[in-house]
Design a binder for this molecule. Structure first.
Ligand code: UDP
Length: 472
């Protein structure tokens, strides 16, 4: 990791953009992918994050810098527990228990002083910072630096959330009917953040003083909604990032070989990949049900269990499913896994990156949303993209009593999607393959994402020139 050794003038040299992602892999990985892409196009890119979160992307950044690309990674300390009132071991968002997620995000405003000191010496021409870090807009504005909002989720969910005001106070369930794809919303499935009026207000204030929004999506995936947002505010799409600049995303090379080796031995389309992202907090009972369901299904599977859950399958499970199933306690190279011919379906928590990665690989999804924006993303997969089926119909299922989804349900859906005679699944399969090509086209020179990023670079450069002129 670089330490800060030199400062640069704001007007000379290459364009310089700093990035401050939210401190979890789901936001840091795409921010680094974007930074790497811009570095390839001659933009000096500096990623700023907290130390333990930096570990997720440190080797990706350093190996890219070693190839001569102008990219570096700098750290600022996670705000101390004496300021935040949070437990001292929390130093990134993956370590945060579900009920502390929102207070932790709000407490990140205590990063303002360190961020300001760092930006004063770096003097970038723009700061790209996550929408949930509104304090960064004020820090940047005070230093005369343009701030661009980094929107980690898609256009559809943003349009949906922006339409909710008229339904307040929310009934238990309601239909948002003003959209090209009307969707059913269940109050209990809305992100907790929507209940924090002060945070929403500061996000909205920050938006007013920001230059525009960088959206982690590509137009062909949700054209109605991308166009709608572009008509409201300067918006540039930068997805799908996994194609923008493919890279290893954590995990050891040995583990990668073991996982891809397993897939190499499976027939085409025979494996269901089951993964719930980097922050899933399932209890032991739900994990047991998944294990039983996968075993009972008799189908091929690759299942990732987050290491921090401290859970392992019961003795005998691996023996009984040997040859057709693999449980990875830790991390898979997900982009490569989804791209593997052996993978037929993806059971996903509907994290936004996972959805885009499935689209790039042309793989259909079984939606199993857990929280945050994931319930709306699941509707996007089924209703807007038409590239998936639901694990269950109706309101969200909560893991409160330890097993919201039963082994029977897991086994049943595995049989249905792999059986080849469920019309909804076959349609989803067909639709999913169509995204593979459109995703690739978006990032190629002349494609919608490539051109959006050209326009963003031009806009930041134009602002730099205006600042230079004013200074002269
Ligand atoms: N990921 C991975 N291997 C894993 C689990 C996750 O590479 O075993 C990556 C995945 O490819 C994606 C990110 O971590 O890029 C997770 O982001 P997403 O938005 O899907 O979910 P979140 O973790 O933010 O809930």
């Amino acid at each position: 990791m670089d330490s800060l050794t030199s400062s640069s003038s704001s007007s000379d040299g290459p364009l310089h953009i700093a990035f401050l992602p939210l401190m979890n892999p789901g936001n840091t990985i795409p921010a680094v992918d974007l930074a790497r892409h811009l570095a390839c196009r001659g933009v000096r890119s500096t990623v700023i994050t907290t130390p333990s979160n930096a570990a997720v992307v440190a080797s990706t950044v350093s190996s890219f810098a070693a190839l001569g690309h102008p990219i570096s990674l700098l750290t600022i300390p996670f705000p101390s527990s004496s300021l935040t009132g949070l437990p001292p071991h929390i130093d990134d968002l993956t370590a945060v228990p579900h009920d502390l997620f929102l207070p932790t995000v709000i407490s990140l405003r205590h990063l303002a002083a360190d961020l300001s000191a760092l930006l004063s010496s770096l003097r970038p021409h723009a700061l790209v910072s996550h929408a949930l870090l509104p304090f960064s807009a004020t820090v940047a504005a005070d230093l005369g630096i343009s701030r661009v909002i980094f929107q980690g989720d898609g256009a559809f969910s943003r349009v949906v959330f922006c339409s909710l005001g008229r339904y307040f106070p929310f009934p238990e369930s309601f239909t948002v009917s003003s959209l090209p794809h009307p969707i059913q919303i269940y109050r209990d499935c809305l992100p907790e953040m929507l209940n924090s009026l002060p945070l929403l207000q500061s996000i909205s204030e920050a938006e007013k003083i920001s230059m525009g929004i960088l959206m982690n999506t590509f137009r062909a995936m949700e054209p109605d909604y991308v166009d709608e947002l572009k008509s409201r505010k300067p918006t540039w799409c930068f997805g799908p990032v996994s194609l923008l600049n493919p890279a290893m995303r954590g995990g050891s090379p040995e583990e990668r070989d073991r996982i891809l080796g397993f897939l190499d031995r499976q027939p085409t389309g025979s494996v269901v990949y089951v993964c719930f992202g980097s922050m899933c907090g399932f209890g032991a009972k739900q994990l047991e049900e998944i294990a039983k369901g996968l075993e009972a299904s008799g189908r091929g599977f690759l299942w990732v269990v987050k290491k921090g859950l401290g859970w392992r399958p019961e003795e005998g499970f691996e023996e009984r499913t040997k040859g057709r199933g693999l449980v990875v306690v830790g991390w898979t190279p997900q982009v490569e896994v989804l791209g593997h011919v052996a993978v037929g379906w993806f059971v996903t928590h509907c994290g936004w990156n996972s959805i885009q990665e499935a689209a790039c690989a042309g793989k259909p999804m079984v939606t199993w949303p857990l929280g945050q924006d994931q319930h709306v993303n699941a509707e996007m997969v089924v209703e807007v993209m038409g590239a998936g089926v639901r694990m269950w119909e109706g309101p969200g299922k909560k893991d409160d009593d330890g097993a919201a989804v039963t082994a029977e349900e897991v086994a049943e859906i595995m049989g249905k999607v792999m059986g080849g005679d469920w019309e909804a699944a076959e349609k989803a399969k067909e639709r999913a393959t169509e995204y593979k090509e459109t995703a690739r086209a978006a990032v190629e020179e002349g494609g919608s994402t490539y051109e959006d990023l050209t326009r963003l670079i031009q806009e930041v450069d134009m602002r730099r020139k205006v600042v230079r002129k004013t200074e002269e």
